[in-house]
Design a protein around this ligand. Structure first.
Ligand SMILES: Cc1cc2nc3c(=O)[nH]c(=O)nc-3n(C[C@H](O)[C@H](O)[C@H](O)COP(=O)(O)O)c2cc1C
Length: 254
């Protein structure tokens, strides 16, 4: 497969410039700007147009501190000018079904997946919209370490599932120096007509690229590569409470 020279467009540039930003200047985010970004992000496609997501902005410092502690002490949760919890939200959908005499939702896996996919597409649109105006941010899956804390702190009712958090702010000088992490070559991602297992040589080459990237990160240098980091991340973070938690929220019950 021959790859064409990279094309450019403002959106392609913005996508390629993405890096998670965890360090912010003190400047606040204007409420109107945030509302505009959310409105634009809502134009994400939505399965059957159910728009099954909600955001909860967390303003109270005590609430941020509680959630940050539950997420493993991620200080950017407390420091970011805006911290939002991105939720898969089936409550409006459930109401529509009941109002129209079609019965309540019953926790089907299909509905659960649709809501979580909607939430993720919307949230990535929101981060991209934010990056397009110079903001930076990072998703916070760490809220799933102890998701009951988020439910209690934000008084989330059934059928509202906190999926991940999103910190947003204007990048600090230091954050602006950060380089984007190299991604896997397209050949590893794109299959033609049938699936082919990853070529160990291509994975090895990507591991070498990532090892060099990690080693070159100055004070944030690390000594592993993609495979080692992935194995540590996955096998060290099973969050065995998740299946029960999902079911108690009314998701994946059947
Ligand atoms: C769903 C999701 C959850 C994440 N959770 C965290 C998190 O809890 N803390 C954190 O610092 N980064 C988190 N990240 C950011 C990833 O670590 C980051 O996207 C990845 O390492 C690639 O780096 P980049 O975003 O700078 O390109 C999360 C990303 C995603 C998509």
């Amino acid at each position: 497969m021959t790859l064409q020279a990279p094309l450019n467009s403002p959106i392609l540039d913005c996508l390629r410039a993405h890096r998670s930003v965890r360090d912010y200047s003190d400047a606040p985010i204007d409420n109107d700007l945030l509302a505009t970004l959310i409105e634009a992000a809502q134009h994400a496609p939505s399965s059957s147009f159910i728009q099954a997501y909600s955001l909860v902005r967390v303003n109270r410092p005590e609430a941020r501190a509680r959630i940050a502690a539950a997420a493993g002490g991620q200080r950017w949760i407390e420091q970011a000018p805006a911290f939002l919890i991105c939720c898969a939200d089936l409550r409006r959908v459930d109401r529509a079904c009941r109002d129209k005499g079609r019965g309540e939702l019953e926790g089907w896996a299909e509905h659960s997946l649709a809501a979580i996919i909607d939430c993720a597409l919307f949230a990535q649109n929101l981060l991209l919209a934010a990056e397009s105006v110079g903001l930076g941010g990072v998703f916070i899956g760490g809220i799933r370490n102890d998701p009951g804390v988020v439910v209690d702190t934000l008084v989330l009712p059934e059928l509202v599932l906190p999926v991940f958090g999103l910190c947003l702010g204007w990048p600090s000088e230091q954050a602006l120096q950060q380089t984007a992490k190299p991604r896997m070559p397209v050949e590893l991602i794109l299959h033609q007509d049938r699936y082919r297992d990853p070529d160990p040589q291509q994975i090895g080459a990507y591991d070498a690229t990532m090892a060099a990237h990690y080693r070159g990160r100055g004070s944030h240098a690390r000594l592993d590569d993609w495979s080692a980091a992935t194995a540590n991340a996955m096998q060290g973070k099973k969050r065995k409470h998740m299946l029960d938690f999902l079911r108690r929220r009314g998701f994946f019950k059947r």
